[in-house]
Design a protein around this ligand. Structure first.
Ligand code: ZN
Length: 294
């Protein structure tokens, strides 16, 4: 019996020395944590806070596997991780396991939100762009993409998001429109009634990452709130901030208007989280759960 034990010890020593790197990696792994179940509806966002001690700063959660892995940047204060988990509007219902490195932390269930569908018959000109407009829209695609490429590695805010206006919503996020039974379009922002010249405050602290005039959005301001959370304010008549400015919640970004491809003056408010346009109302609701992000 003694010999067997000694033999086992020797073997395990040998194995350990052969795989020093691997065993070190295992030793650094945190203990098993209770896996949190989280349901997020398409186009919405949920705030999570999990007791999980890892070094302070940005933490990446990876959900799913293969090419379609979803990655979420969230914040660690050293004791807990906190952040926003969004679901793309176009996502199919699916359940995914979310990991930080090798540790499974979340069972993410993406479920479908029943957005309204409208069928409209309109003049072709309203559905399809003419060649000149189409060329401009295509040319602007990479410019739009570049706006959301870089985000601060930490939350730039420490209190909940607020709606930019309290006026009537003329078009809610997610409305699906089917034109002439052919072309479908989705409205991936919320439209607030606003007469030309209404001051537009920013929803939360952040850094202005884009000011400019685009074919669809008109005069646009985009603000980075950190960890891949952006808010945008479109169709403005006047912009009052500059790229690079740090803005505090409530600061005036500009005045509302009817620039870009619109049928009348209003504010289009968009929220982009981890690369997906999501319903800003869900960010306002969920961000109330933030106590303090240092
Ligand atoms: Zn809109």
């Amino acid at each position: 019996m003694k010999w067997i034990i000694l033999f086992c010890l020797l073997v395990s020593c040998a194995t350990q020395s052969n795989n020093t790197q691997e065993s070190e990696a295992l030793a650094k792994e945190p203990m098993a944590f209770k896996v949190t179940d989280l349901e997020v509806q398409t186009g919405k966002v949920k705030f999570i806070e999990i007791d999980y001690p890892v070094s302070k700063g940005k933490v990446i959660l990876s959900c799913g596997h293969g090419d379609k892995k979803l990655k979420y940047a969230i914040h660690s204060d050293g004791e807990k991780i906190k952040g926003f988990i969004s679901a793309n509007y176009f996502s199919s219902p699916i359940s995914l396991s979310c990991y930080h490195k090798e540790t499974k932390l979340i069972n993410l269930h993406i479920t479908e939100y029943p957005y309204k569908k409208e069928f409209l018959n309109v003049d072709k000109k309203r559905v399809f762009l003419n060649d000149k407009d189409l060329a401009r829209a295509i040319k602007e695609k990479p410019i739009k993409k570049a706006i959301y490429k870089k985000s601060a590695d930490e939350f730039l805010f420490n209190s909940p998001f607020e709606l930019p206006l309290n006026s009537f919503i003329t078009s809610y996020y997610g409305n699906k429109r089917v034109f002439n039974k052919k072309k479908e379009s989705q409205h991936l922002g919320n439209d607030f009634r606003a007469k030309v010249g209404t001051p537009i405050p920013v929803s939360n602290d952040g850094r202005v990452v884009f000011v400019g005039d685009l074919f669809f959005s008109g005069q646009l301001v985009a603000v980075d709130h950190g960890l891949n959370i952006f808010s945008v304010y479109a169709h403005l008549s006047k912009i009052k901030v500059n790229k690079g400015d740090f803005v505090k919640k409530g600061d005036i970004l500009g005045l509302s208007g009817a620039t870009g491809r619109v049928s009348g003056p209003h504010l289009h408010w968009g929220v982009k989280i981890n690369g997906s346009w999501i319903d800003g109302f869900s960010l306002v609701e969920e961000s109330k759960k933030i106590n303090n992000v240092e």
